[in-house]
Design a protein around this ligand. Structure first.
Ligand SMILES: NC(=O)CC(=O)C(=O)O
Length: 302
């Protein structure tokens, strides 16, 4: 599984904006808030701006059907409120916009997905990722969540080409727990970064959010960005997101990290850093595929 992608993977320095915003129940207002924060990121020089998971609705299985929109496929036009708003904002600021995720309703089947849309600076929809691994967990006394009650899983790895910079991979939240997705994106497709809009919670966030972001970066020696909604007040009802959006470098170091509240992070990603890290710790070329020839087959019978 060696990559044939020419180096450097990140062709020039890239300023990235990570928007940790607090979505409420008013979708139109969430879109206004997103627009304002993206404008600020663009004014600070960000050329790729990333929003959090479920940025235009509260996060919860009760809410997904109500907020779901019909979304187009890559390179097609859409009519939905959020599609139009994101397209418009990307064009207005001449930026790549990775629009976190929103609930999607597939028109023909009626199935719901947790879906991320990415736009180019001219407003073309260049990426669409449906959350592949649904968040179904149950930790007694702490948290029970079952996305699969209402959502269907996506089936594809999503790689997006930003021609002047290189390729990125996209996962949504729980997808980060599955190293295969990032590994295939890095080794087979040569991405320079994985971005995960995600809404971890107050049980799993402190335990695993940073650990997973740094692990995916270190496993693959690529940049990793994780973008969370801000945490709502302790007195507010509903799901409490962990916050702590962050950007991690290919050596697993945290480049920047938000606290719990609303915050905008703008971070330079340095071209050449991936190659520098891979030269220093050359695990990338030291894999012993003959020892584990069929990693993809492991666990199939479980
Ligand atoms: N919300 C998620 O999809 C994932 C999460 O909170 C976790 O993995 O923990």
């Amino acid at each position: 599984m060696a990559t044939a992608t020419p180096l450097p993977l990140l062709k020039q320095d890239l300023k990235v904006g990570l928007v940790q915003m607090l979505p409420g129940s008013d979708k139109a207002n969430n879109l206004v808030q997103a627009r304002n924060k993206i404008r600020r990121a663009a004014s600070m020089g960000a050329k790729l701006v990333v929003l959090p998971e479920c940025f235009n609705s509260p996060y919860g299985t009760d809410h997904f059907p109500e907020y779901a929109e019909v979304l187009p496929e890559v390179n097609q036009e859409g009519e939905s409120e959020t599609f139009k708003a994101l397209k418009d904002i990307a064009t207005e600021h001449n930026i790549y916009l990775l629009g976190g995720s929103i609930p999607e309703r597939e028109e023909t089947s009626g199935k719901l997905y947790n879906t991320s849309l990415t736009f180019s600076p001219n407003g073309t929809l260049i990426g669409k990722h449906r959350k592949v691994h649904l968040f179904d967990i149950s930790i007694p006394g702490k948290i029970h969540f079952q996305e699969s009650l209402v959502l269907s899983p996506g089936k594809d790895i999503t790689i997006i080409d930003l021609p002047e910079y290189g390729k990125i991979g996209v996962g949504i939240c729980y997808d980060i727990r599955f190293p295969e997705l990032a590994m295939i994106s890095a080794r087979k497709h040569g991405v320079f970064a994985m971005f995960y809009p995600g809404a971890f919670n107050l049980t799993t966030g402190p335990l695993h959010w940073e650990l997973l972001a740094r692990s995916r970066a270190t496993d693959n020696q690529i940049f990793v960005g994780v973008v969370s909604p801000a945490r709502s007040k302790p007195t507010d009802a509903g799901y409490k997101a962990y916050g702590h959006s962050m950007m991690v470098d290919p050596n697993g170091e945290i480049l920047c990290e938000a606290l719990e509240g609303e915050e905008l992070l703008v971070q330079d990603l340095e071209a050449g850093r991936i190659e520098e890290v891979r030269q220093g710790i050359p695990v990338y070329s030291q894999r012993r595929w003959e020892v584990y020839p069929d990693v993809a087959g492991v666990g199939k019978e479980e």
